[in-house]
Design a protein around this ligand. Structure first.
Ligand code: GDP
Length: 311
């Protein structure tokens, strides 16, 4: 088999770096991996993206670059989330087509599905109802990315696919409390509370929303699995298969971190969507299964935090 050249766009992010790690596990003679730093190729700059693609001529593009953030960041910076994600997607997907790239894997998000989609959420529920308002800007941009893959397949016969992950966590996550997602935020809050001997930690919302968490190494394996085995028009879900409440998640993290104080739920902060468990039966029917348990994943995320973030 000819050696495939793969460009992972967004290789420094949590998802992109996990995909790079997973691809490096492959035989070196099967693939050639290329990446570009932001200083070299700003993905929101169309000319830079076109130039890079014309120079590199990859066989496959994995589009893991995105502006991401937790519930508060999404709600506070709607223009940034909408514009930057649309710019990255249009530049990279249309640029790949122009550079004659026949295979592209686009990474979406479970927030593309309607707020009150029936659970577990099937791929077919896309665009059947209104979105969760706290992250609709990000969701609209991601839906546009899914539609671009479909449009380039329909009009130009491109084998472009979209993979939808649930909530992700793992190495290289964002631990900044204002912009992070819940899992890294709680690792940090519990750790700092333990260090200071604080009696309680504030958890946003009511603690009742349900979320599905997948370790990013599992997602990376899922993305590569789809690159090898999936070539459909519809997006394909890649989740862990079960969800837990934010309260239960907080309890697990507190135990892993060793924080023994109280949890104080701040209901003035948004809950977001009440439940978003995806139906991952299509990817599992193809033969993919996640491997990292939440407890083990939280333990390794905490170790990563201790080694890389903690002051
Ligand atoms: P979402 O899945 O898009 O809602 O993203 P998040 O990971 O930001 O939030 C998930 C849930 O965790 C929401 O109900 C938040 O209110 C709740 N949550 C509790 N504490 C925190 C926190 O410290 N940071 C964040 N980002 N969310 C929190």
């Amino acid at each position: 088999m000819a050696r495939k050249k793969i460009w992972v766009a967004g290789h420094t992010g949590m998802v992109g770096s996990a995909i790079v790690r997973a691809l490096k596990d492959r035989a070196r003679d099967a693939i050639e991996l290329v990446t570009a730093d932001r200083s070299e190729v700003d993905l929101t700059d169309r000319d830079k993206v076109d130039h890079w693609l014309a120079k590199q001529r990859p066989d496959i593009v994995i589009l893991a670059a995105a502006k991401v953030g937790g519930i508060l960041a999404n709600d506070t910076f709607p223009a940034d989330f909408l514009f930057q994600n649309l710019a990255i997607e249009t530049n990279v997907i249309d640029g790949a087509h122009k550079a004659n790239v026949d295979r592209l894997v686009f990474l979406g998000s479970s927030c593309i599905y309607p707020k009150f989609a029936s659970q577990p959420i099937q791929e077919a529920s896309l665009l059947t109802g209104s979105l969760e308002p706290t992250n609709e800007w990000y969701a609209i941009a991601k839906i546009a990315g899914v539609k671009m893959c479909q449009a380039y397949r329909k009009q130009h016969g491109r084998r472009y696919i979209s993979v939808m992950p649930c909530n992700l966590y793992g190495p290289a996550d964002n631990f900044d409390l204002k912009s992070s997602h819940v899992l890294p935020a709680l690792i940090r809050k519990f750790h700092e509370a333990k260090e200071k001997g604080a009696p309680a930690v504030e958890v946003w919302g009511t603690g009742t929303p349900l979320r599905e968490f997948l370790h990013v190494d599992d997602l990376a394996r899922g993305v590569i699995f789809c690159m090898d085995h999936y070539d459909g028009y519809e997006p394909i879900n890649c989740g862990a298969g079960s969800d837990i409440s934010i309260r239960q998640l907080a309890e697990i993290i507190a135990e892993v971190v060793g924080f023994e104080g109280d949890l104080v739920f701040d209901a003035t902060k948004p809950d977001g969507t009440p439940k978003k468990l995806m139906d991952s039966s299509r990817i599992s029917a193809l033969g993919f299964k996640s491997e990292v348990s939440l407890k083990d994943g939280v333990k390794s995320a905490y170790l990563w935090y201790l080694a890389n973030v903690k002051a």
